[in-house]
Write a protein that binds this ligand. Structure first.
Ligand code: NAP
Length: 265
C-alpha cells in the first residue's frame, strides 16, 4: 500500500470489532503493524480491546461506539477519522448477524435490520471510503459466509441471501478495482463459535458441526486479504463446501438445507 498523504495516517477500519471474528481480525491487523479504528455498539468492549492491543506494544486503536444501523453512522465514522487525522486504507466490513427461523415467522423489523446491517452498511462503507482506499491503493475485506455459496437457505432465508449478496458484491468490486491497485477479499467462514449463534437463536444447533476458531478465521482472512485473494473459506471442510456447492442440483440442496434447519429448531 502506498501512503500518498503526508498529513494523515492510514488506518484499518474494522466494523463489529467488539467480539468474535471482528475482535480477532483487529488483533491480527494490530500484530502486523496496522493502525486501527474499531467500531461497534459496545464501547466498553472496544475500549478493553484497544487497551489490550496498546498493552501489546501496538499503536492504540481509535475507538468509535455507534450503531451502524443509524442513518448517520457513515457520517460519524468519517467525522471521527477526520478529527483524528486518519483515513481508511483497509476497510473490514465484519459486523453482521443471522436469525434462524422461517421468513413468515421471524419479525419484519428484525429481518429488515439484518438486511440493513449485512447488506446496506457494507455497501455504504465501500462506496463512502472508496476514494480514500483508492488513494492508498488499499484493501477491502468483506465478511461473507460459507452459506454465500448455497443456492438459498430455507429456515434462514434472509441471512443466506444477505451473505450471497456480500460475496457477489465483493467479487464484482474486486474486478472493478483491479486497475486501481485495490484488492477486495470475501472472507467466507463456516461455523465459528462466537456471539453469532446465540444472537441467531441457534441454541446449540450447530454443536455437531466441526467449527473453526475465530482466531483461525481471522488469521486466514488476513492472509488472503494481504495476498489479494478474491475469496477464502477457512478450514478444509468449508473450502470443500465452497467448491462443491455450485456443482450440486439446486432443488436437492434446498431440500437438504430445509430439512437440516428444521431439525435444528
Ligand atoms: N460465527 C459464525 O459461525 C459465522 C459464520 C459465517 C459468517 N459469520 C459472519 O461473521 C461476522 C462476524 O460475526 P461473529 O461471528 O463474530 O458474531 P458476533 O460475535 O455476534 O459479532 C458481531 C459483531 O458485530 C457487532 N454488531 C452487531 N450489530 C451491530 C450494529 N448494529 N452496529 C454496530 N456493530 C454491530 C457486534 O458488536 P456490538 O454488539 O457491540 O454492536 C459484534 O462486534 C458476521 O458478519 C457474521 O455474519 C459468522
Amino acid at each position: 500500500m502506498t501512503d500518498r498523504s503526508t498529513h494523515t495516517r492510514g488506518v484499518a477500519l474494522v466494523t463489529g470489532a467488539s467480539g468474535g471474528i471482528g475482535a480477532d481480525l483487529a488483533r491480527v491487523l494490530a500484530r502486523h503493524g496496522h493502525d486501527l479504528m474499531l467500531v461497534a455498539r459496545s464501547g466498553d468492549r472496544l475500549t478493553a480491546l484497544a487497551d489490550e492491543i496498546a498493552a501489546g506494544g501496538a499503536a492504540r486503536p481509535l475507538v468509535l461506539a455507534l450503531d451502524l444501523a443509524a442513518a448517520d453512522a457513515a457520517d460519524r465514522i468519517e467525522a471521527a477519522l477526520a478529527a483524528a487525522g486518519a483515513r481508511v486504507e483497509i476497510l473490514v466490513n465484519n459486523a453482521g448477524f443471522g436469525l434462524m427461523g422461517e421468513t413468515g415467522e421471524l419479525g419484519e423489523a428484525d429481518q429488515l435490520a439484518m438486511v440493513d446491517l449485512n447488506v446496506r452498511v457494507p455497501t455504504q462503507l465501500c462506496v463512502r471510503f472508496m476514494p480514500q482506499i483508492k488513494a492508498a491503493r488499499g484493501k477491502i475485506l468483506n465478511v461473507a459466509s460459507v452459506v454465500s455459496y448455497f443456492p438459498g437457505g430455507p429456515g434462514m432465508a434472509v441471512y443466506y441471501a444477505s451473505k450471497a449478496y456480500v460475496l457477489s458484491f465483493s467479487r464484482a468490486l474486486a474486478q472493478e478495482l483491479l486497475e486501481d491497485g485495490v484488492t477486495v477479499t470475501a472472507l467466507c467462514p463456516g461455523v465459528t463459535p462466537t456471539g453469532f449463534q446465540a444472537r441467531a437463536g441457534m441454541n446449540g444447533a450447530f454443536e455437531a458441526v466441526p467449527a473453526t476458531s475465530p482466531a483461525r478465521v481471522a488469521e486466514e482472512g488476513y492472509r488472503a486479504m494481504i495476498g489479494g485473494r478474491r475469496e477464502v473459506a477457512p478450514g478444509l471442510l468449508n473450502a470443500a463446501g465452497a467448491w462443491l456447492m455450485p456443482l450440486l442440483p439446486v432443488g436437492l440442496t434446498l431440500k437438504l438445507v430445509a430439512r437440516a434447519q428444521r431439525r435444528r429448531r
